[in-house]
Design a protein. Structure first.
Lengths: 114, 115
């Protein structure tokens, strides 16, 4: 069975702080795919990143970076120098080689205060 | 490029009423799915389909029905609405694994309230 755990329910930071959102996953598949989505207060789901299990390179996109570690089954997301516009719910999700289904974690609500 | 279109955006139903949430995509995606989002529970999969004529249950299928007569459309039917079905519903589509794993495209959601 596949499972995604986001243990942090809510995080509050002050603008310009760095913040890391944790994601731990479980799967028996050899090949799998990990995703992060952002859900701002407006409610839509915004795709941030997709990572294949065979590519363990970390990725940086502007203030966003992702740390994929197979050894600990984690795919953590760091926002550097957070801004108020980063306030949202962030979801980590997983799909496997044997299923097209996308399984979500319960999400982490990030509040960035000015 | 419309992507994934969901209608309606908002709906209020009385207990026992039935209705259909519409979902259409124009990207020729074989995979389509429905999720419900409830506070503290993330997005939970209701039903999904890997192509026209093929549907399967997800994590929380009870009280919902789906069909897939065309590649483009994947409606979700509430047979007899209950207050427990008050939620935000999202439709999503993607290519199949065999077509190359890309991202999942989500609709803008339907906020349903059952009174």
């Amino acid at each position: 069975a596949q499972k995604v755990t986001q243990a942090q329910t809510e995080i509050s930071v002050v603008e310009k702080e760095d913040v890391t959102l944790d994601c731990v996953y479980e799967t028996r598949d050899t090949t799998y795919y990990l995703f992060w989505y952002k859900q701002p207060p407006s409610g839509e789901l915004v795709f941030l990143i997709r990572r294949n299990s065979f590519d363990e390179q970390n990725e940086i996109s502007g203030r966003y970076s992702w740390n994929f570690q197979k050894s600990t089954s984690s795919f953590n997301f760091t926002i550097t120098a957070s801004q108020v516009v980063d306030s949202a719910v962030y979801f980590c999700a997983l799909s496997g080689e044997n299923t097209d289904k996308l399984i979500f974690g319960t999400g982490t609500r990030l509040q960035v205060f000015p | 490029n419309a992507g994934v279109t969901q209608t309606p955006k908002f709906q209020v139903l009385k207990t026992g009423q039935s209705m259909t949430l519409q979902c259409a995509q124009d990207m020729n995606h074989e995979y389509m799915s429905w999720y419900r989002q409830d506070p503290g529970m993330g997005l939970r999969l209701i039903h999904y389909s890997v192509g026209a004529g093929i549907t399967d249950q997800g994590e929380v299928p009870n009280g919902y029905n789906v069909s897939r007569s065309t590649t483009e459309d994947f409606p979700l039917r509430l047979l007899s609405a209950a207050p427990s079905q008050t939620s935000v519903y999202f439709c999503a589509s993607s290519l199949l694994i065999g077509q190359g794993r890309g991202g999942y495209t989500f609709g803008s959601g339907t906020r349903l309230t059952v009174v």
